[in-house]
Every structure is written in C-alpha cells, then in structure tokens.
Design a protein around this ligand. Structure first.
Ligand code: NIG
Ligand code: FE
Length: 417
C-alpha cells in the first residue's frame, strides 16, 4: 500500500545530533512501510504526484492533514509496563513524608510488585500489557520498550519475556523487550552472600544465554544503585549480555553515584538511564562512546528529587533521550508527551533536545537506526498532531493526542479528501 500525506507541517532534522527543521506544505509518501519521499509539495517530483501513484496499480491512501504538525511516531525507550498491581498507598505514604528507601525496607516498593506479579496469571499479564501498549499508542507512541524485572527468578523472567513476545504480536505499537536485573530478590538476599553470588552467576550463565538463544530481548538492563545491584555484580551481568550479543543498558545514579555510568561508557552501552547523580568524567566518557542519557522526569519528580545535572551533561556532549519510566511505583504515568513538558519545564532541556529525546535519540537508546526520523528510507511511523507547531506538544502537558499512521498498518480510519 502507498500512503500519501499532504498539507503537512513536517518536523525534520530528527537524526542523532540533528537540528530541527519544519517543512511547510509538505508531502510524505510512504511505500512498503518506509518513507519513499518527503519534501515541500512544490518540489515533489512527478513520480510521487497523485496521478503517477494512481497509475502504480497499488492501493493508494491520500490524507490531507490541513497544515497539522507531522512528526515521527514517538519512541518510549524505558518502561516497566509488565506488572500486576498498583501501589497507590505508597504514593500517599511518600507524600506524607516516607522515603522510597523506607517503603522498600518495609517490604513495599519493587518487592511488593514482585509478589503481585509472581502471583498473576499469564492471561492477566498479557491482557494488561496489551491494554497499556495500546494506551501508549493512543498518546503517540509507535515503539514501546518493555522491561521484564518484576519476577526475577530465572524461570519467572523467561515467563515475563514470553508474555511480552505474545503481546508484541497483537499490540498496536512495536514492542522492544529488555531483560532487567532489577533487584536481588528478597529470598536471595535472605540466603546471604553465597546465595547472592549463585544468583548473579545463574543470571549470567543461564538466563542471559537462554534469552539470547530464544531472542526474547534485545538488551539487558541492570539497576546498579543503593539497594539494588553493586557495580561488581552489574559489570558481570553487563559483560555476559555483551558476550551474548545483547545491548547493554543501565539504571544508574538514581540515588547514588556508584560508578555505573563510567562503567556503561567503558562497555559501549546503548544508554545510561536516570543519572540524577553522575560526575563530569563519566559524562565525558559517555559522550565519547555515544552512550545516550535517558532522562526520566516523571520518576524524578515523583520522588521529590532534584533534576539530573543537565547542563553538565550537555556541555560534556552527551545526547539525551526522554522516557516515561512507566511503573507502578515511581512513575504511574504512560504519557510521554507529559514527560516532554517536564523535560522542558523542570529539566530545562531545549525544544530540540526534547523532540530528539522522544524520537531519534530514544531509538538510538534501543539500538534502532530505522525510526524516529522523517527521512527517506526511515520507517513510516507517523504522528499527525492536532496543532501546528512543535512547542505546542510539550506546552499542552500531555493533553494533545495524535493520530498515528503506523508501519504495521494498525491505523485508525484516515480522513480522506
Ligand atoms: O526505574 N529504579 C528502579 N526501578 C524503577 C522503579 C520501580 C518500582 O518502584 O517499582 C525506576 O524508577
Ligand atoms: Fe526504570
């Protein structure tokens, strides 16, 4: 099928390190799921004019978007969307003064979701994940990363990743699965140092090779912070991931600078996420190795934290992505455009950094070079927004919902003129 979008205000220049540009009265022609031509109507070559497309013998869909903003579909590169149970009571306790660490020490936090997820049926986890993925799509997300990490037994993590694979077959966005070493599970912690050592060994020597063999994830993420994995443990898991041909990512510096970001740079990781605490030498190393800094504003603000050192990271040459960190504890919102607003208003990212952060740079954090940009050859995952200018999307604090025209063709009925 050929799709010809006309009358667009197209946001281009979204490529790693790119500069935003707007093309007025733009035409975008998508063929075979990829962008075949993009540019101003006045410069459209005869082969992409309506008459020639009509004569091609393929089904052609014409959509006049009447001057609306057209961007790549958004990429949410960091979510924990597979879980059972919500933790609203923790929210109330935190706002009354309890800290995340105190709640975790009392058996709440990640461990509470671990218990609920382990008890949940495959059917419940699948149905809730598909519903959440489709909710993200309705907010403009064409590619959604989903981390495992709320079971953490070897068999249980494989179960979660298999459910993500099943959801991927029916969900509207493209799902990108990540294996997450989230915390050392409580029953392992209770077993002491030798149980902990055996757990990390099993994660590296059994789980990661099996996940790679069955292609159940494209990256491995480790939460390396106080109360989670130590740097030594994280390094072993990241090296096992890299040896298995999987991408390396990390939750680092959320509460303490343990050296995780420097380690991720040394390993040539795809991304380092959170980074409320990171030093300048680690930032320079990240920039040199092209490790994307994933900013998670709603999680940071929910925990009442100061923002990451954005100006320092920028001066070091680091590229930013922005994600929701959607999870039942620290970030119960799925809205990536709300996070665009928070990134600009609270983290002081520029408009260009913000758009790159939810498109090309977010795709790079997932190791995907084929999307997140409006350019010939890129995947034709397009978002048509009910506004004209790129600043309106963050400005409206998550309220604007685009119509998505997806590569997989899961589109809503188009307006045909
Ligand atoms: O990215 N930091 C660790 N993991 C999540 C929180 C998960 C939870 O509280 O359930 C995060 O913020
Ligand atoms: Fe997270």
């Amino acid at each position: 099928m050929i799709r010809r979008i006309e009358g667009a205000r197209a946001l281009t220049g979204l490529a790693p390190g790119g500069q935003l540009e707007l093309i007025d009265d733009a035409v975008i022609v998508a063929q075979g799921g990829a962008i075949a031509w993009i540019g101003p109507q006045a410069a459209c070559p005869p082969a992409f004019q309506i008459e020639a497309l009509r004569g091609s013998g393929e089904v052609v869909e014409y959509i006049d978007v009447g001057g609306r903003l057209v961007t790549p579909a958004l990429v949410d590169c960091h979510t924990h969307a597979i879980f059972a149970g919500w933790r609203a009571e923790e929210f109330a306790r935190r706002t009354a003064g309890a800290s995340y660490a105190e709640i975790a020490a009392a058996g709440g936090g990640i461990a509470a979701t671990l218990r609920a997820t382990r008890q949940a049926s495959d059917e419940l986890l699948l149905a809730s994940l598909v519903a959440r993925a489709d909710h993200a799509w309705a907010g403009g997300v064409g590619t959604l990363e989903v981390k495992s990490g709320y079971d953490l037994s070897i068999a249980g993590e494989l179960r979660l990743l298999r459910i993500i694979a099943k959801a991927a077959a029916v969900a509207k966005p493209t799902l990108v699965p990540t294996l997450l070493a989230h915390i050392v599970p409580p029953e392992v912690v209770a077993g002491g140092a030798s149980a902990r050592e055996a757990y990390v060994a099993a994660f590296c020597n059994e789980l990661i090779p099996e996940v790679a063999r069955q292609r159940l994830a494209t990256s491995v993420d480790v939460y390396c912070d106080q109360g989670a994995f130590t740097c030594d443990e994280a390094q072993r898991i990241w090296r096992a991931a890299s040896d298995a041909g999987l991408g390396v990512r990390g939750h680092v510096g959320q509460f303490a600078e343990l050296g995780g970001a420097a380690l991720l740079a040394e390993l040539g990781a795809r991304s380092a996420d959170h980074l409320e605490h990171v030093d300048a030498s680690a930032a320079r190393a990240m920039a040199e190795r092209g490790v994307i800094a994933v900013m998670l504003p709603s999680a940071c603000i929910a925990l009442g934290q100061a923002p990451p050192p954005v100006a320092m990271l920028r001066d070091a040459g680091v590229k930013f992505a922005i994600a929701t960190d959607f999870n039942p504890g620290t970030s119960p919102t799925q809205s990536l455009s709300l996070n665009m607003w928070l990134a600009m208003s609270h983290f002081k990212l520029t408009l260009a950094e913000t758009w790159l952060g939810v498109t090309a740079h977010a795709a790079a954090a997932l190791g995907l070079a084929d999307r997140g940009t409006l350019a010939v050859g890129a995947r034709a995952d397009l978002a048509v927004w009910p506004c004209q200018s790129p600043e309106e999307v963050p400005y409206r604090c998550g309220d604007l919902k685009p119509t998505l025209y997806g590569h997989q063709g899961h589109s809503r009925p188009p307006i045909i003129h």
